[in-house]
Write a protein that binds this ligand. Structure first.
Ligand SMILES: O=C(O)CCCC[C@@H]1SC[C@@H]2NC(=O)N[C@@H]21
Ligand code: NA
Length: 577
């Protein structure tokens, strides 16, 4: 955990920029739950389970895949918008964002600017297209536009991305809880994984959406409670503001165009648009929610309504970073005098985690069934539904195993989660953009482009990670290249990786540009290969699978010209006599 201090005041705290809170702790440095905290935490799990069971034994009792995967396409925009927001608002955001704001100031808050285009483009391009194609999975689009091989590549890439992401999602809150309260790490992982797997496998998408709604309420309540108590403890709003301002936490807008600077308005506001498109435009978990809407209009409305939800979530997370100086340690100490509040905050943490990994299980089971199994094996509806439930169960087990992998990785959670999206979500976004905006792109170009995007993603992502590892590597200056040699600390024989100076620029690219870089790589390589192997003819493309960029641009231009003409025509000009 970054920042902050506990135990007796350390030298750094005395002189550090941020005021420190000396927490009275027992020698093991942990705070303990009171009984009411455990009750609140348990209530969250029981309530989530109850919602899952309710949808397992009511309505169609989850007896068809249409109900299990798409809630019989009966969902309304309000629950959907909360569920869309909750799906990618996990414990990583609840813990990582406040820690980010505390450690580096409020620059990260500018990521809110990318939500505008990041939701408008899905609402007006991706959702109408996917909805009118009556897709059963977003990867079915790839078969319609290209061929089955491209669909399978997209599906496998998505599975890879979400399996890693849900490992981070389930591990983060358990680690935080263990670090602060001594709660058994794997006990929390298993409890979360078990409850989540059961209500997802039994209740289907309806259960996932409605538990997301309930968990969002718990999430916001928990964060709000901590902020209110935190401001109160700091002596009220004005004192809190003074502490925060004097602590240098408020950052102005940073317009530095340098793409290697980690967080600027450009990396967050522009690079973030590509991140949002990869999540809210083409990610199966979100597209599945758009497709479960009663009408296309409800789906578009639910996308619009995500905007305020995300802004509130971002504001609460950033305010927590400002008001508290150590997310969990501080919470446990500050709330210690308010029995039940530590439990509420931990319930908030696990609500964020449950609402994310349940969406991951459900979307993974759907694409595995729809894209990988159903096209090859015909089976009765009952068997297909049972198999989907078994798949959700299996992904639950994989998720717990992934938590162990993440445990071994031990990197900063917020950046890890966002980097996964950039490294894997980016190429997928590029693949869909290649199909949707470039009619000339062909299947060979699509597959090659995706492969190039993934290679670029892992090369820059891992290269960047390695070149930033200060502890175990030492950069030895050479004339034109940097040799990065592992010291004896590396388990393997010290290997020397030669990084040409030019590449250093690429490796130090802000992780917030990964989505943009990787999606652009897919489009660029995809187009080059398509032209080299014979571009697709316009009329060979399946109808409804290409967005008419030129026609839309022309009609927009036409409207603008008409608008400006009518405003400047004589009968319309106001005479100022
Ligand atoms: O799982 C998490 O909470 C971390 C990933 C956040 C994904 C993106 S960041 C921009 C947008 N705002 C959110 O709260 N989630 C998405
Ligand atoms: Na969530």
């Amino acid at each position: 955990m970054t920042g902050g201090c506990y135990g007796e005041r350390s030298a750094r705290c005395a002189s550090g920029p941020a005021p420190c809170y000396t927490l009275s702790m027992d020698p093991t440095g942990q705070k303990y739950f009171t009984i009411i905290d455990y009750v609140i935490f348990a209530l969250l799990l029981v309530a989530s389970m109850a919602i899952g069971l309710y949808y397992a034994f009511t309505g169609g009792r989850q007896s068809t895949t249409q109900e299990f995967m798409y809630a019989d396409r009966s969902m309304k925009c309000l629950p959907l918008s909360l569920s869309l927001m909750a799906t990618f608002q996990s414990a990583v955001a609840i813990i990582g964002t406040p820690a980010e704001v505390y450690a580096n100031g409020t620059q990260y808050w500018f990521i809110g600017c990318c939500y505008i285009l990041g939701l408008l483009i899905p609402a007006h391009i991706f959702i109408p297209m996917f909805y009118r194609l009556h897709l059963t999975s977003v990867y079915q689009y790839l078969e319609l536009r290209f061929c089955k091989a491209v669909r399978i590549c997209g599906t496998v890439t998505f599975i890879f991305q979400m399996v890693i992401y849900m490992g981070v999602g389930i591990y983060t809150p358990a680690l935080a809880l263990n670090a602060v309260t001594g709660f058994h790490l794997w006990g929390a992982v298993l409890a979360t994984g078990l409850v989540c797997t059961l209500y997802t496998a039994l209740g289907g998408l309806k259960a996932v959406v409605w538990t997301d709604v309930f968990q969002t309420v718990v999430m916001f309540t928990g964060q709000l409670a901590v902020i209110i108590v935190g401001v109160h403890q700091a002596g009220g709003l004005s004192d809190a503001w003074v502490k925060v301002r004097d602590g240098g936490r408020i950052s102005g807008i940073d317009l530095n165009p340098d793409p290697t600077v980690r967080h600027t308005f450009w990396t967050l506001g522009v690079g973030g648009v590509f991140l949002m498109l990869s999540l809210y435009g083409v990610n199966q978990a979100q597209v599945q929610r758009y497709l479960s809407s009663r009408t296309e209009k409800e789906a578009v409305m639910s996308c619009y309504m995500v905007f305020p939800c995300l802004q509130v979530a971002l504001m609460l997370s950033c305010l927590m970073g400002l008001v508290m100086y150590m997310v969990l340690y501080f919470v446990m100490d500050m709330l210690q005098n308010f029995p039940g509040l530590p439990g509420l905050f931990v319930a908030c943490l696990f609500s964020a985690s449950l609402s994310t990994i349940s969406s991951a299980f459900n979307s993974l089971a759907t694409v595995t069934m729809v894209d990988l199994i159903k096209p090859h094996y015909s089976m009765t509806e009952a068997r297909a539904t049972l198999l989907s439930k078994m798949l959700a169960l299996s992904y639950g087990i994989i998720c717990v195993a992934m938590a162990y992998v993440v445990h071994l990785m031990n990197s900063s959670v917020l950046q890890a989660a966002l980097s996964i999206f950039g490294m894997v979500g980016g190429p997928l976004l590029g693949l869909f953009c290649l199909g949707i905006f470039f009619p000339c792109a062909n299947s060979i170009g699509a597959v090659t482009g995706l492969a190039a995007g993934l290679v670029m993603a892992f090369w820059v992502g891992i290269g960047g990670f390695l070149s930033r590892m200060p502890s175990s590597v030492q950069v030895l200056p050479f004339n034109s290249t940097n040799t990065v040699c592992c010291q004896v600390t590396c388990r393997s024989v010290p290997a020397c990786i030669v990084i040409p100076a030019g590449l250093n620029g690429l490796y130090s690219l802000s992780y917030m540009w990964y989505s943009a870089l990787n999606s652009s790589t897919v489009v660029l390589i995809g187009l080059i290969i398509s032209f080299m192997t014979g571009p697709t003819k316009g009329d060979d493309v399946a109808s409804g699978t290409v967005y008419p960029v030129m026609r839309t641009a022309q009609s927009l231009l036409h409207k603008l010209v008409k608008l400006s003409a009518c405003c400047t025509s004589p009968e319309h000009t106001v005479r100022w006599s």
